[in-house]
Design a protein around this ligand. Structure first.
Ligand code: UDX
Length: 465
């Protein structure tokens, strides 16, 4: 996409920016999109990345890459076996295991470069340890926060993570009222917060460190646009001393296909070409969430019962204890015929942009949520963990552009949700609201729009660092 911004740097004066993404698909995509944007603005780009989930260098011949050891293989085997998600455990581990290799790498890069030729470091906000390293080396550190503004404000006040004594979460699990609203963040229900992690201690420690080091950074880059999250932006500007830049959605500048860690099945687009406009349900639960066998079977029954065409991304090992489709009900293929297609991974942005796509059944990772908004596709929400339950509440209760499956994967609830989105008047209204947001996205990226202005401010700001 044309940014409308022109670089003021000449070939001789081009400064370098060093970027360091968290090694997960939902974090790598926006960081490499940001790197591409900064490159078009005249900066040279160096990516430091972990060995785990390394990006494909050949897709970025214009960047320099430095790989560091992460010792992730020592705990990687725990990923598919844990009974429920403990994201804090893995994130805190990476924040310990990467310290020395990252410091050595950055020290080497600074030693090789001329004084002042490196403008700054931009790391994922989740790599909180990098602030201390950058401070020691006297290099300004900015962060890219890949999640939403609203979710970050929620994290700041949720008592389960801030260890408040009077919190309703101090009750035993049996005594908790799962349907009650959370007093500190009334949009959320207790059950939403309980979903975020099985280990509030490790996730709470991660969030506390992340928020603290975001506040100490030289600035925060957000993958969102002002018109979508104005109230949260106000809160962040009040509570965080450093400048915030809302320059998203980043996927509108560069597609995430070149940073995909799994090969995308593009043949599916030909099948979509044969389907009626807005008739297909696109189903994907992202790159990290896992579901149980019985949840998987409820999804399958739901798709059979709804009777509409569908494209279902079943990522290998998304079903706990299964390699791929082993637990699919026996009669599934027979009952569905050519009405439904299952693939391992697809070009999601192209699928959402296809005229045949009518609804997105999503886990509400922030990239998926934004990509759906950008294409004006209403959602059915099945959040799994971390920020996803918060994003889903915003989709269903604030922006009203989707329906949340309140009772999880349960075939009756699934059928009702799709009727509401695909057949009822309520669905038409959701479609109108999300089309309106789509227009706002496009306006914000145009010359003079909020994201365009913010990107311009960011470039000016970095140039002065
Ligand atoms: C993770 C966390 O789960 C999420 O809550 C957080 O906001 C970001 O990191 P993930 O599961 O990777 O997210 O989901 P999401 O943020 O939606 O990112 C998935 C990316 O993979 C999207 O950019 C999407 O376009 C891409 N994708 C997905 C594909 O390219 N093909 C697919 O088949 C499915």
């Amino acid at each position: 996409m044309e940014t409308g911004l022109r670089s003021t740097q000449t070939r001789e004066t081009r400064r370098r920016i060093i970027l360091f993404p968290l090694p997960f698909q939902g974090h790598i995509n926006p960081m490499l999109q940001l790197a591409n944007i900064l490159h078009t603005q005249g900066f040279k780009i160096t990516i430091i990345h972990t060995e785990y989930n390394a990006p494909t260098h050949s897709n970025y011949p214009h960047f320099t890459f430095n790989s560091i050891s992460d010792r992730f293989h020592e705990i990687e085997h725990q990923l598919p076996t844990i009974p429920a998600p403990d994201p804090g455990h893995f994130l805190n581990y990476l924040n310990r295991s990467c310290v020395d290799p990252f410091r050595d790498c950055l020290t080497g890069l600074l030693a090789e470069s001329n004084k002042g030729s490196i403008a700054c470091l931009i790391t994922d906000a989740g790599f909180y340890f990098t602030q201390a390293v950058a401070d020691t080396l006297k290099l300004p550190r900015m962060v890219l926060r890949t999640g939403s503004l609203s979710c970050t404000t929620a994290y700041g006040v949720l008592p389960i993570f801030s260890k408040s004594k009077n919190s309703c979460f101090n009750l035993t699990t049996e005594d908790l009222d799962y349907e009650a609203t959370v007093p500190e963040y009334p949009l959320l229900k207790v059950k939403d917060v309980m979903k975020m992690t099985i280990n509030p201690k490790s996730y709470g420690d991660f969030l506390t460190n992340m928020l603290k080091q975001m506040k100490s950074s030289s600035g925060i880059i957000w993958n969102t646009f002002k018109e979508l999250e104005q109230p949260a932006l106000k809160t962040i500007c009040r509570d965080f001393p450093c400048p915030s830049f809302t320059i998203g959605p980043l996927n509108k500048y560069f597609s995430s296909s070149s940073s995909s860690l799994i090969e995308q099945d593009k043949t599916i687009l030909t099948w979509l070409d044969t389907q009626a406009p807005k008739s297909v349900i696109y189903v994907s639960f992202g790159s990290a969430a896992q579901i149980t066998k019985s949840e998987f079977q409820e999804v399958a029954h739901g798709l059979v019962n709804i009777g509409l065409p569908f494209l279902w991304v079943v990522r290998p090992r998304v079903v706990r204890g299964s390699e791929w489709l082993e637990s699919l009900p026996e009669r599934f293929q027979k009952e569905v015929g050519d009405r439904g297609h299952i693939v391992k991974w697809c070009p999601q942005q192209d699928v959402l942009a296809h005229p045949a796509t009518g609804c997105f059944w999503t886990h509400n990772g922030w990239n998926s949520t934004l990509e759906s908004i950008c294409e004006g596709v209403p959602m059915v929400c099945s959040p799994s963990f971390t920020d996803q339950p918060i994003n889903a509440r915003y989709v269903s209760d604030v922006w009203k552009i989707g329906v949340l499956l309140e009772d999880g994967f349960e075939r009756k609830g699934i059928q009702m949700a799709f009727r509401r989105v695909m057949m009822d008047k309520e669905g038409e209204e959701m479609r109108e609201r999300i089309s309106c947001l789509k227009k706002k996205v496009n306006l914000s990226l145009k010359k003079g729009g909020s994201s365009h202005q913010s990107l311009k401010s960011l470039i000016d700001y970095i140039s002065l660092l």
